[in-house]
Design a protein around this ligand. Structure first.
Ligand code: C6P
Length: 404
């Protein structure tokens, strides 16, 4: 059996999405900006995809949803353009964000700091989230933008977006949320929150990679990041990626239809897996279950390094991660675990398991059994590395060697 439990990194494209995209590669391949029938033939499907995204997120007709190449582009766009609009051409110079954002936010903030922006990286509480009152206390009259993720890719914890949005509105500050890990997992109603910009990526909800979007409330001004041929009303130039946009529309429709029921089923499997792993000694999970996306577990197994665990799981045909996929090559400690105050040794033990609506009960059974055996194996290796080392006073004390 093969089990994919890294759905926060990316998801399988739903076969129904592939089917919907298919005609737009070799049959309906015209450029939608062309005036001939090859170009206009894709217009109905594009309109449908746009409607599907608006409906799924309950966006209003006054708002804009602009397709991009991914959430990284959407995040860069908002941060860099707010900087241009309000910092370079205005009198504000301050951005508020959190320590636990995705690198596409954090690296952009660092880039903007080099250009003269002041950035506050808010600390998280022991649940790995930023509290709304913390955001309030760091907003000044120089603050141009607050950017806080809707849900964490590492822990699944859902941030208090409604409260933070209300504070930003009251203070007259723009509010952006990276909702990549929320959309398709929990209901996201854009008319129920005060949020100016929202980023999303289709491949996190069983759509294709390489297409995302930015929601812009009330179609407000935002200098384009991509200048060129005035596509999408000049907001984002570049020939429209018709098959992928059509695929994103279908994917978001499928992911949000009956979302409560789908979430309940995923949560049931997630909780069963989590409960079983927690039966092992010295294990803990980051964040309350009730306030987490239904598919995610970030678990720490004392004495078992994350990379060793991944290797063992991979041998058993189980795909998991130690955290964000883009940070997993560098063997660094899990940044969210460090942010909640775990020491470096503990932060190296984090394992992220993320399910999807395609995860089956049989896969969970198999994972539970393999996981428990793996922990036994790895703890045995780690204790066999234990050596006898004389302490200063000459007395012998056990210490552990690490198996990097
Ligand atoms: N997180 C993870 O393993 P792109 O690559 O642009 O489609 O999405 C980037 C992105 C932005 N924001 C959040 C919250 C994300 O989780 C991601 C992607 C993956 O956690 C890959 S690093």
């Amino acid at each position: 059996m093969q089990v994919y439990l890294d759905n926060n990194a990316t998801t399988m494209v739903d076969p129904l999405v592939v089917e919907t995209m298919q005609p737009f590669f070799s049959e309906l391949y015209g450029n939608p900006n062309s005036l001939h029938k090859f170009g206009t033939a894709s217009h109905p499907a594009l309109s449908k995809a746009i409607d599907q995204v608006y409906t799924a997120l309950n966006a209003s007709d006054k708002d804009d949803i602009v397709f991009t190449s991914c959430a990284t582009e959407s995040n860069n766009w908002v941060l860099q353009s707010v900087f241009t609009d309000l910092v370079v051409n205005g009198d504000k110079n301050h951005i508020v964000t959190t320590e636990v954002e995705h690198p596409s936010i954090l690296a952009t903030c660092k880039f903007l700091e080099d250009q003269g922006a002041k950035v506050t990286y808010l600390p998280v509480n022991d649940q790995g989230i930023v509290e709304a009152h913390t955001v309030r206390s760091f907003i000044t009259d120089k603050t141009a933008l607050v950017t806080v993720m809707w849900a964490s890719n590492e822990t699944g914890m859902v941030f208090p977006i409604k409260e933070i949005g209300d504070i930003c509105k009251e203070k007259g500050v723009l509010f952006h949320s990276d909702a990549v890990q929320a959309i398709g997992k929990i209901p996201v109603d854009l008319q129920a929150v005060n949020v100016d910009f929202v980023s999303m990526s289709a491949h996190k909800f069983h759509g294709p990679k390489g297409v995302g979007a930015l929601y812009i409330k009330d179609s407000q001004k935002l200098t384009p990041l991509m200048h060129g041929g005035e596509h999408m009303g000049g907001r984002r130039s570049g020939t429209l990626n018709v098959p992928y946009i059509v695929g994103m529309g279908k994917a978001i429709e499928l992911a949000t239809a009956n979302i409560e029921e789908t979430a309940r089923k995923i949560r049931e499997k997630r909780d069963r897996l989590e409960d079983s792993i927690l039966e092992l000694s010295d294990t803990f999970v980051v964040g309350d279950r009730e306030n987490r996306t239904p598919n995610t577990i970030l678990i720490s197994i004392k004495g078992v390094e994350g990379e060793g665990m991944l290797w063992d799981l991979n041998n058993g045909q189980i795909g998991a991660s130690t955290g964000s996929a883009c940070a997993s090559a560098d063997l660094e400690a899990n940044t969210v675990m460090l942010a909640i105050g775990a020491d470096s040794e503990l932060a190296h033990t984090g394992i992220r398991l993320s399910l999807s609506r395609f995860t089956t009960d049989a896969e969970i059974d198999y994972t539970i059994s393999h996981f428990k055996n793996a922990v036994g194996r790895l703890r045995a290796i780690s204790s066999s590395f234990a050596i006898q080392k004389p302490t200063e006073g000459g007395e012998v004390k056990e210490c552990e060697l690490h198996h990097h």
